[in-house]
Design a protein. Structure first.
Length: 296
């Protein structure tokens, strides 16, 4: 059993922290939202007075924050987590953030004699609740090995993706595939529909043929073929179009730095941005089919 500080108790962090409590760890928690903190103290966690207080006298600190600016502001500088924690504390940042912020924060932690990994996740709120997240971890082998037993209480698949920041690299690459493939599947189902092909028939054929992919078989954007997909509940998320857009914008930034062309990733970002402009970025990202059908 370890003493863990947990900062960022939102849609993802809340259930992740609960799973650490269930595993018998003791948790000191902090969030700007009082309600989020109360949810966790009711489950047995101790309330910290601030983020830096949550990082004091613990062995591990887990953060699950919205974006790079939040991670930098919480970790860096006087009164930041790195300055406040005991020597030897291991930091695990599971937020999805830009690669330079991840690398800068880990370098600052290492310069202060701490260990840190970036460990973004895939699997959404359902995976966070069930403790079945996939973690993509960047950092030294020693930091990865130390973080792994903690991550295993929140996830099922824990991958070491390489050096600092590589967890974020894996995350943007994976989500770019997902964002693009969902658009491809959506275009095909709308085209099939307009040419007189029933969605279930197209699903039966393509899900066993070369068009098969996760966006079709696990998250089909039309209601019917995959009963658990958001299409069956009016595209309530799941994983919102707004979050997909955030990840595609991170991919675009990263591609610019790497001078790597991502023409389809760029197009995909623009299509999800149209959902945002229509005020529909709170829908699940598979709701992109509504845009393609002309319903937005
Ligand atoms: P969220 O907005 O629900 O939660 C973020 C929490 O951080 C909020 O409770 C907020 O109050 C808190 N916070 C912000 N700034 C803070 C600060 N300075 N100090 C303390 N707390 C602070 O977001 P989420 O859905 O839980 O996502 C968290 C991260 O996980 C994001 O980077 C997101 O991209 C990533 N992610 C989300 C999903 C998903 O399906 N929701 C899936 C994979 C990855």
């Amino acid at each position: 059993m370890a003493a863990i500080g947990f900062i960022g108790l939102g849609n993802m962090g809340g259930p992740m922290a609960r799973n650490l409590l269930k595993a018998g760890h003791s948790l000191k928690v902090f969030d700007l939202s009082v309600a989020a903190v109360e949810g966790l103290t009711a489950a047995g966690a101790t309330k910290a007075a601030s983020a830096s207080d949550a990082a004091r006298d613990v062995e591990f600190v887990v953060t699950m924050l919205p974006a790079g600016e939040h991670v930098r502001s919480v970790y860096l500088g006087e009164g930041g987590l790195i300055a406040s924690a005991n020597k030897g504390t291991l930091f695990i940042d599971s937020s999805t953030i830009d690669i330079p912020s991840a690398r800068e924060t880990i370098a600052a932690a290492e310069a202060a004699g701490m260990m840190m990994v970036d460990a973004p996740v895939s699997g959404g709120v359902g995976g966070a609740e069930a403790g079945t997240l996939t973690f993509m971890v960047g950092g030294t082998e020693a930091a990865f090995q130390k973080a792994k037993p903690v991550l295993e209480k929140m996830g099922k698949n824990i991958f070491h993706a390489g050096a600092a920041g590589n967890g974020q690299v894996a995350k943007v690459c994976n989500n770019m595939i997902l964002g693009i493939s969902m658009i491809g599947v959506s275009e095909a189902f709308v085209l099939g529909e307009r040419l007189g092909l029933d969605a279930q028939t197209l699903f039966d054929i393509s899900s066993t043929a070369s068009g098969q992919c996760w966006s079709m078989t696990s998250y089909c954007p039309v209601p019917g073929p995959v009963p658990t997909s958001p299409a069956n509940r009016n595209y309530q998320p799941g994983f919102t179009a707004g979050m997909m857009l955030k990840d595609l914008r991170l991919a675009l930034e990263a591609a610019k730095t790497a001078k790597s062309p991502i023409p389809l990733g760029g197009q995909a970002a623009q299509l999800y941005a149209l959902m945002e402009a229509a005020g529909e970025d709170g829908l699940d990202f598979s709701g992109i089919i509504k845009l393609i059908r002309g319903d937005l």
